[in-house]
Design a protein around this ligand. Sequence first.
Ligand SMILES: Nc1ncnc2c1ncn2[C@@H]1O[C@H](COP(=O)(O)OP(=O)(O)O)[C@@H](O)[C@H]1O
Ligand SMILES: [Mg+2]
Length: 242
Amino acid sequence: MSASNGHGVQVVIEHVRKSFEGGLIRSLEDVTLGIEPGEFVSLMGPSGSGKSTLLNLIGALDRPDSGSIRVGPHRIENLRNPSEYRAGVVGFVFQLSNLIPTLSALENVQLPMLGRHNSRKEREARAQELLEEVGLSHRLDANPGTLSGGERQRVAIARALANRPCLLLADEPTGALDSVTGERIMLLLQRLREQHQMTTLVVTNDVVVAAAADRAYRMRDGRVEPLDQPPTPYAGPLPEQA
Ligand SMILES: Nc1ncnc2c1ncn2[C@@H]1O[C@H](COP(=O)(O)OP(=O)(O)O)[C@@H](O)[C@H]1O
Ligand SMILES: [Mg+2]
């Protein structure tokens, strides 16, 4: 699995279902979604609608009950080495940056590169380059605790890009930030996508953030639909007439 392709992959999701608690919680009913290589897509939806479930499946952190997910040449259902896929093909950014508090920004960004056929010098140079790209060249040695929330997310984004992912998955990356900082982070993600051409999928509850994407979708009744699509008509049994 190449770690240095760096350009976007196509993502094809077909009829994916995922439930929890022995089927009691039906998180994804029938998700079908296609994302073109290098496309920037946002996904909205209320809390509990299955957004993180879907991201976790695409990132091979979990397996679908049925349906198929293809990320470039990789079929998620049949991955022989999910951890290699997670480290080499996808980059993750979460709502809370999940940085190691005892390591500097520079060290945090190097973590995903450990044991990946590169020297300490190469890792350090790449981490520094990435931190410069996210506007943090002056905070290389700072520990996460001394950084602002927006700065921590910048470090987390740099870390996600460490192995030149083909697909960046961001789960509410601006959810814990004020709106101005959130918009800056979104602009940064857009700029990085333009530079590196990785396919980018951002889950967000912020309409401004969602609108900045090439295409916006929402989760509804366990499915993904275009954000601007009118609600589907009620298809269940009609109420009894009085
Ligand atoms: N590991 C899990 N075990 C049990 N239930 C889960 C698990 N992950 C998610 N769920 C449930 O699936 C539904 C969708 O959750 P989630 O994907 O986290 O929604 P969102 O990210 O849109 O807020 C929720 O009802 C949630 O409680
Ligand atoms: Mg979530």
